[in-house]
Design a protein around this ligand. Structure first.
Ligand SMILES: [Zn+2]
Length: 330
């Protein structure tokens, strides 16, 4: 294991080998120029509120075509600089995001980068930013420190050269206040959970825009690798009660009327009900994966893929709770 100068997270031997391999490349001039041309994020910023821009990812799963550009990140111009919400899936993405910010908001320093949670599409671009400015709740920092390397390993397998040079960098600032002033703007901070064990929600108190991270999805199936469905359901009610003008979900378009929260609640309720019934009926995981998905969810991006992944994530715990082990005394 080594610890790099840029990383608070130890780098595993397997990924060090991967980094060396990717750094070496094939060495061929043709491949080199092809990669430089092809592996380029064409990021664009959409102004969703005054001086507030979203960079909207595709409603897809990670693949070699999208390079991992499946996530929403955002940035806000405040009086003295720029605040960034989430950094994307890789160093390559983070670098492209920095360039886009500099082009959109010229000559203003980046003052803060928030990480909403520890999933790889939301923090693996941290390396492109000054680590001393990156902030998250302590639990998110702990989760990144514990799981960052494994996430990065998996992303290298899924995305290959798109991930070149990416290292997991944990935030250095642990948040615990209800709000903070950044560059002359107040941001309210809400410490929630359910999608993961720690989900940070940020509200720009000037515009009323709420950045929900992956507590809310819109027109894209929710992901559940670290979900606690019962907690998530309660958290969505809390999120619904937060005063806001607009919500930017972690995935999907910005939402002025609460659709993302309602759609996410509807989906996770259905998912929990369907899988509980399947367990009670004695279906195997493979059989549960074949079950129908209601027509109202057919328009959600990658719904079949995410449903099948959710069976893997949620089935064992449901089996344990619905069929508890019985101790037989002899
Ligand atoms: Zn995400």
């Amino acid at each position: 294991m080594i610890v790099t100068r840029h990383s608070a997270v130890p780098v595993s031997r397997s990924r060090r080998r991967a980094l060396q391999w990717f750094a070496a490349g094939c060495g061929c001039a043709v491949c080199g120029s092809l990669h430089a041309t092809l592996l380029d994020f064409d990021l664009s910023a959409v102004e969703i509120a005054s001086k507030t821009w979203a960079v909207l990812g595709r409603s897809e799963y990670f693949d070699m075509d999208n390079g991992g550009n499946i996530v929403n990140v955002a940035f806000v111009e405040v009086p003295d600089g720029v605040v960034v919400i989430d950094s994307g899936p890789s160093k390559r993405f983070g670098d492209a995001l920095r360039l886009l910010i500099e082009k959109t908001v010229p000559n203003k320093p980046i003052l803060r980068v928030y990480n909403t949670h520890h999933h790889p599409d939301h923090f693996l671009g941290n390396q492109s930013f000054d680590a001393s400015l990156i902030a998250a709740p302590q639990k998110v920092i702990d989760n990144i420190s514990m799981e960052g390397n494994d996430f990065a390993d998996n992303m290298y397998r899924l995305l290959g050269d798109w991930m070149r040079g990416t290292l997991p960098v944990a935030p250095t600032l642990a948040l615990d206040a209800d709000s903070e002033d950044v560059g002359g703007r107040t941001f309210s901070l809400f410490y929630l959970s359910g999608h993961t064990s720690s989900d940070l929600v940020i509200r720009d108190d000037e515009t009323g825009v709420v950045f929900s991270g992956d507590l809310a999805f819109l027109f894209r199936a929710p992901t559940t690798p670290h979900a606690d469905i019962a907690v998530w359901r309660t958290t969505l009610q809390t999120l619904d009660g937060i005063d806001k003008s607009l919500l930017l979900p972690g995935h999907g378009p910005s939402d002025p009327n609460g659709e993302a929260i309602a759609q996410t609640a509807d989906y996770i309720d259905w998912l929990h009900g369907q899988l509980s019934e399947a367990v009670s009926a004695g279906l195997t995981m493979n059989e549960a994966m074949q079950l129908a998905i209601p027509a109202r969810f057919e328009g959600l991006g990658v719904v079949r893929t995410e449903y099948e992944r959710s069976v893997v994530h949620l089935y064992p715990a449901l089996e344990d709770s619905l069929f508890p082990l019985i101790q037989i005394e002899r």
